[in-house]
Design a protein around this ligand. Structure first.
Ligand code: GLC
Ligand code: GLC
Length: 815
């Protein structure tokens, strides 16, 4: 069943009913100021850090679903009837409804009794504010007398504190209302130098800033007493719950239209210039007044919106494909790459499944997010790499997470996830392959953000490699530590106490449990490192990593190969996991993908064997599950993985992040058909027709789809913030369509369904635009017969990176 449709021309997803199976959301903002917005205008805003600088309040796990957002109310003053133009929170029946989610903006349009309302929400580039542009049109045929009310609920900045520390919070709320602008300034009197403001383009007929005055005691957002009565109380919040609500009376003749603009913004003042006059307690507003004045004017708001649209056109232009498959085209050209930008910005912090107060930015997550983002804005990827590596520990290890606001490692979670450092090598390699910027390796970067520890990024990579070598177990495989990629495979945590963290409770000494997955990742990281060292003519380093990786490969074949697939791990007792010997958890997806991506078994046929085992044991029509058989009970020695009921999350769920590893592996062994088949199974656009079952947004990937052991098989959860975005983008663009950046240029290596006649790609790469036309006259699924660059056939299928900025045409014939 469909709840909307793709408008590919406008790069929008158009939702046609407010009653989607779950709130279908979008993101506003791209640099510092961000918002989440659902198809019924639910959600919240924050500045940089969803925990520490939350502007508006949102209650997770609420009922009704998705209550709290950027709300408007319209009231027909003649009849007293009122409604929400975004359906929530009044849920009044709408004669028409449409929500358009685009890149960084959302437009919600509806109609009731001939009054049409359309609100466009977005954040102008470079600003710390959001604009709501509302257009009201009277299509009723007669004149109307309307009231428009806005409503937001302020958060007292620290979202965690805001949701828990009521004995204090109920007494600290403060606002100022000056010239019709509502300023939220809780804690500004003391140590905070920042405030929020909520402004409107019209002269106000009233306002409210105290929640219970606006709503009425014991009443909800669906029937605020102020909206019911049609007049604001001009309440001023002292403690309790500060909100922002404007009231504007609008007379619209038949056929008349009016535009009203609201701005919600965030501002910081210098410590010594907080108050105006200086001896007073009132906010110095001189920095925000010009902004308010500017963006409340429709022309300026329109201009800012067009700039945002053009910005995205420019970003998306960098990679455009035209293949025989519509789901592929729209995901690659628009939605997948947009999701990559969002995951790059948010990591795993704020979505409708991530509360913004839990996890900061993950070390391994951020390194993987780069993969799908780096071609869009390489400079920001560069900055991110330097930020991440500055949190690296001196022993080469990593803080598992860091806070985006402070850019410091998070001590609560600490380190000891033994795969983490290797991902830095992959992230840096991806950056250099894309940009050709070798100078990043010479950047001086601190360890543990400690002054005086600066050393070249290159050395950070060396220490990352060394970290694994310093931690080998009884079989010479890497020790797993707290967990590897699979956060829930906790082999050194024997936890029998409810509430204990599986990730941070380590009660075994960690000298036995080993990971075959890290072995594969290590081999891959060594290959990247060898490429990097080669370029620097560091022969000693090349030899060292080549030997280390050859050694590790040998170890994998002796201790990590099970006969028909790669094993997963050895537990704290030295028993194998992910082997025929195991009654449960006998085959896992991760080592198959990672070992084959590292090249293991590609030559000797074992890769194909492992992939056939994946097809036989793990593949379902909804994607590939993480392992089989699922764990039927909790196992003390395995940790969180066995805490989930079978079919969910890491216990045999379809953990979508890992599926592209198999797509890539299939492409590497030349089976384009299979690679693409797996790609389509989890492609959200291809699943649009089963939205009632899939439940999450059809325009972005979800972290997980319930596996075959779950009663809800096929149902997705955790949409948006997942490594799934970057890896699917990598799989389809670099391995299936096969246009792959390397250290020296673009490798052309497609692996596609044999019935494709061909496809075209426009790809900006290091300032040159490559117009690539691939034909497939012999209908093969892999293999390149010839590559012609600007009319001249080249040897092989590697297009050397060109200097300059022109266009290069490339003719590729498969065969
Ligand atoms: C989550 C985490 C990621 C981890 C994965 C598997 O997506 O963010 O770091 O690798 O789960 O446990
Ligand atoms: C939970 C999730 C996993 C995530 C981890 C982070 O275990 O299942 O996906 O990575 O928490 O702590």
């Amino acid at each position: 069943m469909h709840y909307g449709h793709f408008d590919d021309q406008n790069r929008e997803y158009v939702i046609e009913t407010p009653e989607t199976p779950l709130p279908w959301i979008n993101y506003l903002g791209s640099e510092a100021y961000f918002g989440l917005i659902s198809n019924t205008a639910g959600g919240y805003s924050f500045y940089k850090d969803a925990r520490l600088r939350r502007l508006t309040r949102y209650r997770y796990n609420n009922s009704p679903l998705d209550m709290g957002g950027r709300y408007l109310y319209l009231r027909d003053n003649a009849s007293g009837k009122y409604w929400s133009p975004s359906w929530m929170p009044t849920r009044t029946k709408l004669d028409k409804y449409e929500c358009r989610h685009g890149q960084g903006y959302t437009i919600i349009t509806s109609k009731v009794n001939g009054i049409k309302s359309s609100t466009r929400y977005f954040v102008p580039l470079g600003e710390s504010l959001e604009i709501w542009q509302t257009t009201l049109t009277n299509e009723s045929g007669s004149d109307s007398d309307l009231s428009l009310f806005s409503a937001i609920e302020f958060c007292l900045w620290d979202a965690n504190d805001d949701a828990t520390n009521f004995q204090r919070n109920y007494s600290i709320g403060q606002v100022e209302i000056v010239d019709g602008v509502i300023y939220h300034k809780t804690e500004y009197r003391e140590r905070r130098d920042h405030f929020a403001y909520f402004a409107c383009s019209e002269k106000l007929d009233g306002y409210d800033t105290q929640r219970e005055s606006f709503l009425g005691n014991y009443k909800g957002w669906d029937q605020p007493q102020v909206v019911e009565s049609g007049s604001s109380l001009n309440s001023e919040a002292h403690g309790w719950q500060p909100i922002g609500s404007h009231h504007i009376k609008v007379q619209l003749k038949a056929g008349e239209q009016k535009q009203i603009v609201f701005i919600l913004g965030y501002q910081e003042n210098p410590k010594d210039d907080k108050f105006d006059p200086p001896a007073s307690q009132s906010i110095n507003k001189k920095r925000v007044k010009p902004l308010i004045e500017k963006y409340l004017q429709t022309e300026n708001a329109d201009k800012a919106f067009n700039t945002l649209r053009n910005h995205w056109t420019m970003l998306l232009e960098k990679f455009q494909v035209s293949t025989p498959d519509t789901d592929t085209n729209r995901m690659v050209n628009i939605w997948n790459v947009y999701q990559c930008m969002v995951t790059f910005n948010m990591s795993r912090s704020a979505s409708y499944f991530e509360s913004g107060i839990g996890r900061g930015m993950g070390f391994r997550d951020s390194n993987q997010d780069l993969l799908g983002f780096v071609h869009m804005i390489p400079e920001r990827a560069r900055e991110r790499i330097l930020d991440i590596s500055a949190t690296q520990l001196k022993n080469g290890g990593a803080f598992h997470q860091y806070q985006p606001l402070t850019k410091r490692g998070n001590n609560d979670v600490g380190s000891g996830f033994n795969d983490d450092p290797a991902w830095l090598v992959l992230g840096v390699a991806a950056y250099i392959k894309e940009s050709g910027d070798w100078s990043i390796l010479d950047e001086q970067v601190q360890y543990e953000n400690e002054e005086g520890t600066e050393s070249p990024l290159y050395e950070h990579l060396q220490r990352s490699i060394q970290y694994t070598l310093d931690r080998l177990g009884p079989n010479n495989l890497p020790l797993i530590g707290r967990a590897d990629w699979n956060d829930c495979l906790n082999l050194n945590c024997f936890s029998d106490t409810p509430g204990q963290s599986f990730q941070t409770t380590t009660n075994k000494d960690g000298t036995v449990a080993e990971s075959v997955f890290i072995a594969g990742l290590f081999v891959l990281a060594c290959k990247e490192m060898a490429g990097i060292a080669q370029h620097r003519n560091d022969k000693a380093q090349v030899d060292q990593v080549e030997n280390a990786s050859a050694e590790m490969e040998k170890t994998v074949w002796t201790a990590g190969w099970d006969g028909e697939w790669f094993r997963r791990a050895y537990d704290n007792f030295g028993h194998v996991l992910g082997s025929k010997e195991n009654a449960e958890g006998s085959i896992f997806i991760e080592p198959q993908g990672m070992c084959i991506m590292a090249g293991l078994g590609v030559e000797n046929g074992n890769a194909v064997k492992a992939l056939d085992s994946v097809a036989e044991h793990l593949a379902t029509p909804h994607g590939i599950v993480l392992q089989q058989p699922a764990f039927s009970q909790y196992y003390l020695h395995l940790g969180e993985i066995s805490s989930y009921p079978p079919g969910y999350k890491e216990n045999a769920g379809i953990f979508c992040h890992t599926n592209p590893w198999i797509m890539i592996s299939e492409a590497m062994v030349g089976r384009g058909e299979k690679a693409f088949d797996y790609y389509k199974r989890i492609n959200p656009s291809a699943r649009e027709g089963i939205s009632e079952q899939h439940k999450c947004e059809p325009y972005v990937y979800a972290q997980m789809i319930a596996g075959k052991d779950a009663p809800t098989h096929g149902e997705a959860k955790n949409s948006w913030l997942s490594g799934t975005a970057a890896w699917n983008y990598t799989a389809i663009t670099q391995y299936i369509l096969g246009i792959r950046p390397t250290f020296n240029g673009l490798k052309i290596d497609p692996a596609v369904p044999a019935d494709w006649d061909g496809f075209t790609i426009k790809r900006k790469y290091r300032n040159v635009t490559y117009l690539i036309n691939v034909t497939n006259p012999k209908h093969v699924s892999k293999g390149v017969e010839s590559v012609t660059v600007n009319g001249k056939q080249i040897k092989g299928s590697m297009i050397r990176a060109e200097d300059g900025s022109g266009e290069v045409t490339v003719e590729v014939v498969m065969g």
